[in-house]
Design a protein around this ligand. Structure first.
Ligand SMILES: C[S@@+](CC[C@H](N)C(=O)[O-])C[C@H]1O[C@@H](n2cnc3c(N)ncnc32)[C@H](O)[C@@H]1O
Length: 283
């Protein structure tokens, strides 16, 4: 696979940290389902369609798309993470979803014609913010869509609007002796699409029309306190800091536990999430 332009991301999604993503995907899927439902509603997948899930990870949404496409249609998940795709293929087999397939490729540059293009619809849940060259990536995706096909995805809004991503990190930050450098807000990563005007510019430059970007806010979670704590320590920005400075893990754990207790209800831990629901049309 040629993932040269996104080599750093390919490294991240294929080594150490990715194990937690694979092990915890069921919790993540449950937590994020109400958010991906927003993009599915914008996409309106229909029987007989060929659908693409970009940055599909462990494939929960690809399987959903395949089910909605029915036996006359199909869904293809594309991702640069071999371990996540292995889990996605396992899930497809376990659930008997025969019309879902998975391609290990960099969506920015890959030729997806063998994977089922032209697509009638393209979906993504948090899988399109990691491209080194987003305009090139979306132009490549657009080239694999039939004229008039819909692109629909969700991406995170600003970090301060997303306690679900940042509350544990902020709660623990002062126990780390070495503070992380200030992040470049445009660098590939979960918050690279925080600015709606930037998304609009990227999609327009990539050749899309009928661009619609709307905010959606929702509390997500419902995990038990122990599972929410485990996830907070193993996935996201705090997990990265802990990998670099494991000597303060106990102190960080205590801070995060205190923070999560404040968001615990009878039915689990719930945190605010803020996303953009984006849709656009291939001309
Ligand atoms: C935050 S995860 C989301 C995974 C999945 N969509 C979900 O919601 O569970 C981001 C995914 O994008 C994938 N990804 C990042 N850069 C990519 C690229 N250039 N081409 C294809 N997939 C990419 C990662 O490997 C990872 O699986």
């Amino acid at each position: 696979m040629d993932s040269a332009p996104n080599a750093a991301q390919a490294e991240f999604w294929n080594t150490g940290a990715v194990r937690s993503w694979v092990e915890l995907h069921e919790d993540l899927d449950r937590q994020y389902a109400p958010l991906s439902d927003q993009a599915l509603a914008a996409l309106q997948p229909a029987p007989g369609q060929r659908l693409l899930d970009v940055g599909c990870g462990c494939g929960a949404n690809t399987l959903e798309l395949a089910t909605q496409a029915g036996p006359q249609g199909a869904a293809v998940g594309v991702d640069i993470s071999a371990p996540m795709l292995a889990r996605a293929r396992e899930l497809a087999a376990e659930q008997g979803v025969a019309n879902a397939s998975f391609v290990e490729a960099d969506a920015q540059i890959a030729d997806l014609s063998a994977g089922g293009a032209p697509f009638d619809g393209v979906f993504s849940r948090f899988g399109v913010m990691f491209f080194a060259d987003p305009v090139a990536a979306f132009a490549n995706i657009r080239r694999h869509m039939r004229p008039g096909a819909t692109l629909a995805f969700i991406c995170w809004r600003r970090p301060d609007e997303n306690p679900v991503m940042l509350a544990p990190y902020r709660a623990a930050l002062d126990v780390f002796p070495v503070k992380p450098p200030k992040a470049d807000p445009l660098a590939p990563g979960p918050f690279a699409f925080s600015d709606a005007r930037r998304i609009e510019g990227i999609l327009a430059d990539a050749g899309f029309g009928a661009i619609d970007i709307r905010p959606h806010d929702q509390k997500v979670g419902g995990l038990s306190f122990e599972r929410a704590l485990d996830q907070a320590l193993r996935i996201g920005p705090l997990a990265g800091l802990l990998r670099e400075q494991p000597e303060v893990a106990d102190a960080a754990r205590q801070r995060v536990a205190e923070a999560l207790r404040r968001h615990e209800a009878a039915d689990g831990v719930w945190l605010d999430a803020a996303v953009w629901v984006v849709s656009a049309r291939a001309p």
